[in-house]
Design a protein around this ligand. Structure first.
Ligand SMILES: [Zn+2]
Ligand SMILES: [Zn+2]
Length: 284
């Protein structure tokens, strides 16, 4: 289990490992392009070599990309849906060149259609993303908070998507990114040892723990089942320190890495979160 932070890559991708190392990360996550739109800066051989050399230098072996926020695989607007497919595929390929272990994406929101149609559309989009993709950068579906009509806020729908995709794609294995704030807002309790155990038992029964690649460790500003995506610093939210202590203690999560996405408004607070999680981690 390695613990890290979503760090800024502003000013150049090489700043991601530099920022991660500076705050004491063991692993890190970054945006390889603007999360709000626009074309990414090209990955030249120089950028790739410098990035990988820096990671090797700092001992980073596992690091992750988050795709931009505007991805919507459930849009009936072709321009939006096809654009999303193209961007996520680019991020898989870009990440592969940078030695990224996995790339997580949000799935989008079904505004105009019912859930069944939305799931079919998302699965179809994921199949297009993965078609003929031969890289090692694994695609992860991130559980959502279920605000609006966002897709993927429960284990059953995620399992259904994986099933639909892997009927068509056998050369790649999809993984799941479990965001604690999103899952909690979607109604999965994580506030103490018993609820954490129950939640991951459900995850195992419905999706399978072998699909769980990454945890986004975020406390939640909103109550259980609120269906709102509001991250909070560890111990200050409704999940609470006890919940995170239980998560970090859970033996089945010992091989899963944790990434903080708590508010960066105060860098000292994020560093404190990293320190808290490291302290709560149970040594093998
Ligand atoms: Zn996310
Ligand atoms: Zn997240």
């Amino acid at each position: 289990m390695k613990i890290g932070i979503h760090v800024s890559a502003a000013g150049g991708l090489i700043n991601a490992p530099i920022n991660a190392q500076a705050v004491g990360c063991e692993t890190f996550q970054f945006f390889s392009r603007s999360p709000r739109g626009g074309s990414p800066a090209p990955l030249t051989a120089k950028v790739i070599n410098e990035f990988k050399a820096r990671c090797a230098n700092y001992g980073f072996t596992d690091y992750y990309i988050h795709t931009p926020y505007y991805i919507n695989f459930a849009s009936i607007n072709d321009r939006i849906r096809l654009g999303s497919i193209e961007v996520v595929r680019q991020e898989l390929e870009r990440g592969d060149k940078l030695g990224v272990a996995a790339t997580m994406t949000h799935l989008g929101s079904a505004k105009e259609i019912n859930l069944k149609k939305a799931l079919t559309l998302v699965a179809d989009s994921l199949i297009k993303v993965l078609r003929n993709y031969k890289g090692k950068n694994q695609l992860l579906l991130e559980i959502s908070a279920g605000s609006g009509r966002v897709v993927g806020d429960n284990f059953t729908d995620l399992a259904e998507l994986i099933n639909l995709v892997e009927k068509k794609i056998s050369h790649q294995r999809l993984g799941v990114c479990f965001d604690t704030a999103h899952a909690f807002a979607s109604g999965y309790d994580l506030r103490n040892e018993q609820s954490v155990k129950n939640t991951f038992k459900q995850f195992d029964n419905i999706i399978g723990l072998d699909r769980l690649v990454l945890i986004h460790a975020n406390d939640s500003k909103v109550e259980l089942g609120s269906h709102k995506d509001r991250h909070e610093n560890i111990g200050k939210g409704k999940i609470g320190r006890q919940g995170f202590a239980a998560l970090l203690k859970l033996s089945i999560l010992r091989k899963v890495n944790f990434i903080l996405e708590t508010p960066w408004s105060d860098e000292a607070e994020v560093k404190k979160d990293l320190h808290t999680l490291k302290k709560l981690r149970v040594k093998k």
